[in-house]
Every structure is written in structure tokens, then in C-alpha cells.
Write a protein that binds this ligand. Structure first.
Ligand code: FAD
Ligand code: UDP
Length: 370
């Protein structure tokens, strides 16, 4: 008899497996339908020995010392600050939009103060900022919005920014200084030996059994367990009874080139051209030295594995219906990006899993079942 059946071996499921096995000394069965642990953060060496991210670029960043310290138990780190360029009007310029972006794009020589005025002259006045279009046009105006955000967002989500919640493009700030880092978080690192190694350490406790290529439906009535942590799509758990929750998918094209470098930074975004949104060159992220280089092209798609919950009011309403069912389901805890339908980064998922562990401790005293 397992104390816990954990469905999904990504950050949510793996953190909880580690906590429950390590801190509560309970027996855990961790399953995943994929042939590996790590969820979307899974990385692997390709045929040429280059470390790549199977499901697109994953850069760890957080402002939480607690979350950083927790993960530091399972990995050493490589300092890495992510930089992204966007190909706009045939030029490669920094995104988030900053002083250099505007100066380069328009052949100007503005100072930070002058750029503030330049933005103010172009910004549109919007009563209440609601959509992903509002967020951008209210700060930089329509022209830059169209160059950098409109096309990219339509490709990535299959929706116009005016149809998406403001939280989506709010992820990308606008700067009047020359800071060209994608993130400004206090802690920005890559796991020194990769994510998969970090996961292996996290779930290596003898109280944890792991089964990959295993569907929840195939084991739920077969393998005895007391409680469930479910990290898959919440609508799937409830047999889509209120209809399908929309998730956006991606197709990843992994390519290895017989040359040392392809592009000047880890990621180049393509808001105006091509069917793919961005190209990642992993050696920038991993620091690996190799005569060849590995890239991933991301093609957004409506079909395929669920990668992104789609932040939109009507989707949130549908999610709330499922959430009400989830709250009324005893002995099952719903955790993670798919089960809570939240566009969360890795650190936020770790935080959510650690908070769930605290709630489990509050409601279930250790040894209550035995
Ligand atoms: P997942 O990693 O999706 O794990 C859920 C697991 O559950 C999956 O492995 C799935 O196979 C399994 N599963 C589902 N249903 C079942 C079932 N019925 N039976 C068995 N197994 C099941 N975050 C960052 O912080 N930085 C980044 O740079 C970053 N880049 C990203 C890039 C892309 C392209 C994507 C898609 C996400 C990115 N993220 C990034 C977000 C990050 O991937 C997530 O926050 C994190 O991986 C979520 O962990 P999770 O455990 O909730 O879900
Ligand atoms: N975005 C954009 N142009 C860019 C970068 C981002 O329009 O060059 C928008 C787009 O809608 C994207 C969102 O901002 O989905 C969030 O970007 P982020 O890089 O955080 O996306 P993620 O890494 O989560 O895919």
C-alpha cells in the first residue's frame, strides 16, 4: 500500500514526492506517462553529446531565497543571465524593449530621459488596462506594439493580444535604461549538470518508486494507495465533463549544426517573420563547450501536448468549475501548471508544491493512517 500516488514527475510532483518521502517518511509511487522524469523541464544529451531541453528553453530565475535554497539541495548551479534578441525590420535588437532597442531601430541617440518622453508621446491612453494589447500600447504606443508583440502573440497563442488577459504580455517589461537581461530576478542560474540530474537527486529517496510510461487511468484501480497528488490537466481528471479547457501546444524542431555557434545570444525571437516564434541555442545556457551546436525551433500549435494554459476570462471561468469539483474530491490534491491551470514559471510551481506540502502537514498529522 502506497501512502501517495503522485501523477506527473515534473516540478510539482517531484518536489512533493521528495517532501513526503523525506520529511514524512511516507511511501510514494511517482508515475508519468512520458518515458522520463522532469516534466517539461526534462533535458538530455543528443546524439552528438550536446545537452538540449526536449520541451524548449528552461531558464531558472526567482526572487525567492527559500525556493532557491530548497533546489540547491539537489544541484550545483551555473550563473547565467538570459538575454534575448528580436529580429525586427531585419535587425537584431534587445527584447525587453530598452534604450538600445529604440536607438538602434530608429537610428537615434536618445538618453534614458529622452526615451521616457519619446514613449510618452506615443503611448495610448487607456482607461482600464485589461488585455495584452492594452498593456503594451499604453506604454510604448502602437508601432512598437505591432513590431514586437502583435505578430509574436498571434503566432504563439493563435489569438490577438486584445483577446488575451493582460498578464501574458505583462511578463515582458519595457525599460528606458540599457539593461538587456530578460529577467531581473535576484537568483538566475542553470542547474550545473542539467535539470534531469537535479530531478534524479530529488526523487532518489528509497521511499519513492518511479514508473514512467504509466497512465494514471491504468494504475488508479490497480495499485493500492491512500491518497493522490494529481499534476496533469484538471479537465482530463474529470473526464472533460464541462468541456475541454484550452491549452496551447508547441512542436519542437531540434537541429544540430556542424559549426560552433549559430546566434549571438541564447534565444532569438521572430515577431514578424517565420512560422516559429523563437530559436534557442543551448550552449549559451549550458556553457557546454562543443565543436557543434544544438538549436530548437518552436512552432506553436493548437494540437499536441498541453504546454500553456491560455489566460483568458472565459477559460478561467471554466477552470473554476473544475476547481470546485477538485475541492470537493477527498484525498486528491491538485498541484502544478496543468492541474491549477496557471501560467506559472518553474519557481512558482516549486513554491506552490512547497505550500501544498505545508497544507498537507496541517491537515494530516504524520502517522494518522497507521
Ligand atoms: P509539467 O512539467 O507539465 O509536469 C506534468 C507531468 O504530468 C508531465 O510530465 C505529464 O506527462 C504528466 N502527466 C499528466 N497527466 C498524466 C496522466 N494522466 N498520467 C501520467 N502522467 C501524467 N519556466 C521557467 O521558470 N523558466 C523558463 O524558462 C520556462 N520556459 C518554458 C518553456 C516552455 C516551452 C514551456 C512549455 C514552459 C516553460 N516554463 C518555464 C514553465 C515550466 O515548464 C513549468 O512551470 C513547469 O515545468 C511546470 O511543472 P509541473 O510539474 O506543473 O508540470
Ligand atoms: N511576447 C511577444 N514578443 C516577444 C516576447 C514575448 O509578443 O518578443 C509576448 C507573447 O505573447 C508571449 C508573452 O509575451 O507569449 C510572454 O513571453 P515569454 O517570453 O515570457 O513567454 P514563455 O517563455 O513563457 O513562452
Amino acid at each position: 500500500m502506497y501512502d501517495w500516488l503522485i501523477v506527473g514527475a515534473g516540478f510539482a510532483g517531484s518536489v512533493l514526492a521528495e517532501r513526503l518521502a523525506g520529511e514524512r517518511n511516507e511511501r510514494v509511487l511517482l508515475i508519468d506517462r512520458r518515458p522520463h522524469i522532469g516534466g517539461n523541464a526534462y533535458d538530455r544529451y543528443d546524439d552528438d553529446g550536446l545537452l538540449i531541453h526536449q520541451y524548449g528553453p528552461h531558464i531558472f530565475h526567482t526572487n525567492s531565497k527559500q525556493i532557491f535554497d530548497y533546489l540547491s539541495r539537489f544541484t550545483e548551479w551555473r550563473f547565467y543571465e538570459h538575454r534575448v534578441l528580436a529580429e525586427v525590420d531585419g535587425m537584431l535588437v534587445p527584447i525587453p524593449i530598452n534604450l538600445d532597442t529604440v536607438n538602434k531601430l530608429y537610428g537615434l541617440n536618445l538618453t534614458s530621459e529622452q526615451l521616457q518622453d519619446w514613449f510618452a508621446e506615443r503611448a495610448e491612453t487607456i482607461g482600464e488596462i485589461k488585455t495584452s494589447e492594452d498593456v503594451v500600447v499604453s506604454v510604448v504606443g502602437r508601432e512598437l506594439y505591432e513590431k514586437f508583440f502583435r505578430g509574436y502573440t498571434r503566432k504563439q497563442w493563435g489569438l490577438d493580444p486584445s483577446e488575451l488577459d493582460k498578464s501574458v504580455t505583462s511578463r515582458v517589461p519595457t525599460r528606458t535604461n540599457r539593461d538587456d537581461r530578460y529577467f531581473t530576478d535576484e537568483f538566475q542560474f542553470m542547474p550545473k549538470h542539467g535539470y534531469t540530474r537535479m530531478f534524479e537527486k530529488m526523487v532518489g529517496h528509497p521511499n519513492i518508486d518511479i514508473m514512467t510510461q504509466t497512465e494514471y487511468d491504468d494504475v488508479k484501480n490497480v495499485i493500492p494507495h491512500r491518497r493522490v497528488i494529481y499534476c496533469g490537466p484538471i479537465d482530463e481528471y474529470f473526464n472533460f465533463q464541462f468541456g475541454k479547457l484550452p491549452y496551447r501546444s508547441l512542436r519542437f524542431e531540434h537541429v544540430t549544426l556542424d559549426k560552433a555557434w549559430h546566434q549571438p545570444v541564447g534565444v532569438v525571437n521572430f515577431p514578424q517573420t517565420n512560422d516559429y516564434t523563437r530559436v534557442t541555442e543551448y550552449k549559451h545556457l549550458t556553457g557546454q563547450e562543443h565543436a557543434k551546436t544544438a538549436l530548437t525551433y518552436e512552432y506553436p500549435s493548437a494540437e499536441g501536448d498541453p504546454y500553456y494554459p491560455i489566460p483568458k476570462a472565459e477559460n478561467q471561468e471554466l477552470f473554476k468549475k473544475y476547481e470546485r469539483l477538485a475541492l470537493a474530491t477527498p484525498d486528491v490534491w491538485f498541484v502544478g501548471r496543468l492541474a491549477t491551470y496557471r501560467y506559472y514559471n518553474m519557481d512558482q510551481i516549486v513554491g506552490q508544491a512547497l505550500a501544498t506540502f505545508r497544507r498537507i502537514n496541517e491537515s494530516l498529522p504524520v502517522g494518522a493512517d497507521t
